[in-house]
Design a protein around this ligand. Structure first.
Ligand SMILES: CC(C)(COP(=O)(O)OP(=O)(O)OC[C@H]1O[C@@H](n2cnc3c(N)ncnc32)[C@H](O)[C@@H]1OP(=O)(O)O)[C@@H](O)C(=O)NCCC(=O)NCCS
Length: 469
């Protein structure tokens, strides 16, 4: 499954200086991207254009040496027409202030009790961090505005303990933020909301990002944090479904590394409230943000949600429907003929996409005996009425994910007429038929259809906690 639904990543090697001026910002990042990569990225621009991405920066990321590069990446996103909303945290800065001033704090991340002294430090830390963000955006010729668009309410008393000045989001002023976004301005949202009396309340920035994404109908939240991704049981999970993550949070949250646990919690919250994807990216990584968005594998972790809700494994009860579904494709010679018996015999290989309990698309996943690392995707069919709605791509992504979970590192597909879809849209490359396992090559030759062979490399999935098929 692709993190960015985009083409191959630009290499993350060449340095991109913290440039000043948006023109130079784009040029600086482009310097590390080959023209072919750039062309690939630009092809995906229309898909992201006009979408809202909520970028949530931990306080420590704003303080990191890479922050300048991150701002250049943000300038690139803006120049590609992506509407960026910046939320920042203050965890590191409030702790530093606490030490500097000798004022103990009751909590540093806005999830526990915030007493008056802690709130005072939070406001000061927040002003400092917001200013650094404003300064950096100015250096990249981006217009930005600090807003008071988040209305808050006190969290109140939890388990008998008054949380004092800790707040929760009551309402996001959507019109306000949308208006400034439409004017090409980057809204900066600090982890301080304003209560009914206009007074300040401390809000956790991870939660704030989730609330903003919901209110603004954002397509992504990207948490930029000083961690290489979603670490579970000591391993970084490159992709994880909301179901698995929710389950871990419910049963054994300590399996998730502490540094990203709040991100995990709020990723689940965000996806449950309609944000399709949440990324966790190491904000200290040069070009990390762009690579995560525009690369097929990504460099961080992706939490995905209801994308695949309509896809399920086929059962024997689906045989008839499947047979009628693919008949059209068989007629046009896009697919090979399969009898109902053949479908039934191989029903375990089929996945179906349903709308209102009608199967409107299918795909198969097959492993040649003795070739556990090569999966074959087949019988991809979307009912013509539903073409060009992203269903074909989703089926391929889903099959890739399943193949990975089963240990495949390569996915192959054979296509006679729609190979352009595989290479242009689904991330495959043309390959020689000799890559096919011997027995499969034999049936390939015997079929006489002479389809093109297409191949896609898959990242191996970590062994722990993966979803069962
Ligand atoms: C190929 C197929 C699965 C695509 O399904 P879909 O749901 O329409 O695909 P998506 O909506 O995800 O993607 C649409 C994109 O693919 C592109 N596309 C579709 N067929 C294409 C082709 N033959 N060549 C190049 N691009 C193609 C569309 O132009 C569109 O591009 P855009 O996103 O830039 O606008 C569908 O056309 C189909 O079922 N075909 C018949 C069966 C078949 O040939 N299967 C493959 C053999 S296993």
């Amino acid at each position: 499954m692709s993190h960015g639904s985009g083409p191959a990543a630009p290499p993350a090697s060449a340095p991109s200086p913290a440039a000043s001026g948006v023109g130079s910002a784009v040029a600086a990042s482009a310097a590390s991207i080959k023209p072919t990569d750039l062309r690939g990225i630009l092809k995906y621009v229309p898909r992201f254009q006009g979408q809202i991405f909520v970028l949530a920066l931990d306080g420590s990321i704003v303080a990191d040496d890479n922050f300048g590069n991150l701002l250049v990446d943000i300038a690139v996103l803006r120049s590609l027409g992506i509407k960026v909303v910046l939320v920042h945290g203050i965890g590191q800065q409030i702790q530093e202030l606490s030490v500097l001033r000798g004022v103990p704090i009751t909590n540093n991340d806005g999830t526990g009790v915030t007493d008056a002294a802690t709130l005072d430090l939070a406001v000061r830390a927040s002003a400092r961090v917001s200013h650094l963000v404003l300064e950096g955006l100015t250096q990249n010729a981006l217009k930005a505005a600090l807003t008071n668009a988040v209305r808050a309410l006190p969290v109140g008393i939890i388990k008998g303990v008054d949380q004092q000045f800790t707040g929760k989001v009551e309402r996001v002023d959507r019109d306000f933020i949308t208006h400034i976004l439409d004017e090409g301005i980057v809204p900066i949202i600090q982890p301080i909301g304003f209560g009914p009396d206009g007074k300040s309340l401390r809000i956790n920035s991870d939660l704030l990002a989730a609330e903003l994404a919901e209110a603004l109908l954002a397509t992504k939240i990207i948490y930029l944090t000083p961690a290489p991704g979603m670490e579970i049981d000591g391993e970084i999970r490159r992709e994880i479904s909301i179901e698995i993550l929710r389950d871990i949070l419910r049963t054994k949250p300590e399996r998730i590394a502490e540094v990203v646990r709040s991100k995990a919690l709020n990723a689940v919250r965000a996806i449950e409230t309609g944000t399709p994807r949440v990324h966790i990216v190491d904000g200290r990584l040069l070009d990390g943000l762009l690579n995560e968005i525009f690369s097929s594998e990504g460099v961080g972790s992706l939490v995905y949600g209801n994308d695949y809700q309509q896809i399920r494994r086929a059962t024997r009860r689906d045989v008839r429907a499947l047979y009628s579904l693919i008949r059209g494709g068989v007629k046009r010679e896009e697919l090979i003929h399969r009898t109902q018996q053949a479908i039934e015999k191989n029903i375990d290989q089929f996945y179906v996409f349903e709308i209102d309990e009608n199967i409107i698309a299918c795909v198969t996943l097959y492993f040649s005996p003795g070739h556990p690392t090569m999966a074959e995707l087949g019988t991809l069919y979307v009912l013509p009425f539903y073409h060009n709605r992203g269903i074909g791509r989703k089926m391929v992504e889903y099959a890739s994910l399943r193949a990975k979970e089963k240990g495949a590192t390569t996915l192959v597909a054979l296509s006679t007429q729609n190979f352009g879809f595989f290479t242009g849209v689904a991330g495959f490359e043309e390959a020689d038929k000799s890559i096919l396992p011997e027995a499969r090559l034999k049936t390939y030759e015997e079929s006489g259809r002479n389809p093109r062979v297409l191949v896609k490399r898959l990242d191996p999935a970590p062994a722990t906690g993966t979803a069962s098929a």
